[in-house]
Design a protein around this ligand. Structure first.
Ligand code: PLP
Length: 362
C-alpha cells in the first residue's frame, strides 16, 4: 500500500487512523455481524453512532443547548436554497460576495427574495476580504450571509462582519473544525463535510432554535424545512448513515488530538511553513493579501502557465497529488486541511524549493 500526499480541496484527505478503523470495522461493526453501511438507521447500534457523533461535535465546538445540530444531504449547495426558504421572512437578505461559493449562494437567494450584495471583493478577483465593519445592511434584512473561508481563492475572515444586530449565516465548508469558533455569534453555521471532516454526502447545519419555524416560504418542500429534520433529530428519512459514522470517527480523532485550539496551532504552524516559503521564493508567489490568508487553502502561481503546468505534473510524479488550482483561476492550490500532516507540507516545500532551483535563471 502506498499513499500519496493529497492536497485536494475536496473531497479531501482524511486521518489515516480513521480510515484504518473503518477498514477494521467494515465486515462486522462491533459484533453486530454487519457493516455500518448495511445497518438500519433505526437500529439501536446506529442510534448510538449518530448520537455520539452529535455529542462529540457539541463538545468540540462547545455548541450551546439552544442550537440544533442537523446531519443533512444535498451538499453545501442545497443550503444556498434552504437558507432563504427558511429564513427570508421579510424576503430580504444581505450577502457578502467573497468568491464563487458566496456568489452562488447570493444568486440562489435572488430566486426567493431580495438578496442584496452589501460588499464584494470581485473587483480584485476575490483576493481579499472586504472591510465589513460598517456595511450598509438593510434594516429589514432577515440575515447577513458570508462564506467564511473561500476555498477557491484562499481567503478567510479574520474578524466576523458587523451585522448590526442581524442574524449571521456562515458557510464554513472549508474551515469546519479547523479552529475554535464562538457559535453564539452565528444564527447558522453550516458546511459540506467533504473538505475538512468526512466523506461527501453529509452536510452539517448548526442552527439556533428560534430560526427553526413552520413559517417558511410557500412551496418549501418538506425535506427542505429545517423543522422537519430538527423535529426528527436528523432521522426524518434515511440519513447519509455511513458518512455520519465516519464524521463521528473524525470527531473522536479531533478530541484525541486535543480539540480545536490544538488544531488551530497545528494549522497555523503548517500554513506558516508554506506561506513563509512563498514570501521568500523567487519563483512562486501567493495570490491573496497577507492579512486575509486562509489556513486551509493556499493558492500560488509562478507567473507562467507553462511552468505552472510543469510544476503540477512533476509534483504529481513525486507523490504530491491534486495541486492544480481551481479550473476558474488556474495556477496551483495546496489544501492543507486538519488531516494533512505537517510532514506533508514540509516535503511539499522542499520539493518546491528544488523545482525553483531547477527552473530559475542562474
Ligand atoms: C465545496 C464548497 C461548496 C460546495 O459544496 P457541495 O457540497 O459540493 O455543494 C460550498 N461552499 C464552500 C465554501 C465550499 O468549499
Amino acid at each position: 500500500m502506498s499513499r500519496v500526499y493529497n492536497f485536494s480541496a475536496g473531497p479531501a484527505v482524511l486521518p489515516e487512523e480513521v480510515l484504518k478503523e473503518a477498514a477494521e470495522e467494515m465486515m462486522d461493526y462491533k459484533g453486530s455481524g454487519m457493516s455500518v453501511m448495511e445497518m438500519s438507521h433505526r437500529s439501536k447500534v446506529y442510534d448510538t453512532i449518530i448520537k455520539e457523533a452529535e455529542a462529540d461535535l457539541r463538545d468540540l465546538m462547545n455548541i450551546p443547548d439552544n442550537y440544533k445540530v442537523l446531519f443533512l444531504q444535498g451538499g453545501a449547495s442545497q443550503q444556498f436554497a434552504m437558507i432563504p426558504m427558511n429564513l427570508m421572512k421579510n424576503k430580504k437578505a444581505a450577502y457578502i460576495v467573497t468568491g464563487q461559493w458566496a456568489k452562488k449562494a447570493y444568486k440562489e437567494a435572488q430566486i426567493y427574495g431580495d438578496a442584496v450584495a452589501v460588499a464584494s471583493s470581485e473587483d480584485k478577483t476575490f483576493s481579499y476580504i472586504p472591510d465589513c465593519s460598517d456595511l450598509d445592511i438593510p434594516e429589514d434584512a432577515d440575515y447577513v450571509y458570508i462564506c467564511e473561508n473561500n476555498t477557491i481563492y484562499g481567503t478567510k475572515y479574520k474578524t466576523l462582519p458587523n451585522t448590526k444586530g442581524h442574524t449571521l449565516v456562515a458557510d464554513v465548508s472549508s474551515c469546519f473544525l479547523s479552529e475554535p469558533v464562538d457559535v453564539t455569534k452565528y444564527g447558522i453555521i453550516y458546511g459540506g463535510v467533504q473538505k475538512n471532516i468526512g466523506p461527501a454526502g453529509v452536510v452539517i447545519v448548526i442552527i439556533r432554535e428560534d430560526l427553526i419555524t413552520e413559517d417558511t416560504l410557500p412551496g418549501t418542500p418538506t425535506m427542505l424545512k429545517y423543522k422537519t429534520h430538527a423535529d426528527a433529530a436528523s432521522l426524518y428519512n434515511t440519513p447519509p448513515a455511513y458518512g455520519i459514522y465516519i464524521c463521528g470517527k473524525v470527531f473522536k480523532w479531533l478530541k484525541k488530538m486535543g480539540g480545536l485550539s490544538v488544531m488551530k496551532e497545528r494549522n497555523e504552524e503548517k500554513a506558516k511553513i508554506l506561506y513563509d516559503f512563498l514570501d521568500e521564493s523567487k519563483l512562486f508567489q501567493g495570490t491573496v493579501v497577507k492579512e486575509d490568508r486562509s489556513l486551509m487553502n493556499v493558492p500560488f502561481v509562478t507567473g507562467s502557465d507553462e511552468l505552472d503546468a510543469k510544476f503540477v505534473a512533476e509534483a504529481k510524479a513525486a507523490g504530491f497529488e491534486n495541486l492544480k488550482g481551481h479550473r476558474s483561476v488556474g495556477g496551483m492550490r495546496a489544501s492543507i486541511y486538519n488531516a494533512m500532516p505537517k510532514e506533508g507540507v514540509e516535503k511539499l516545500v522542499a520539493f518546491m524549493r528544488e523545482f525553483e532551483q531547477n527552473n530559475t535563471m542562474k
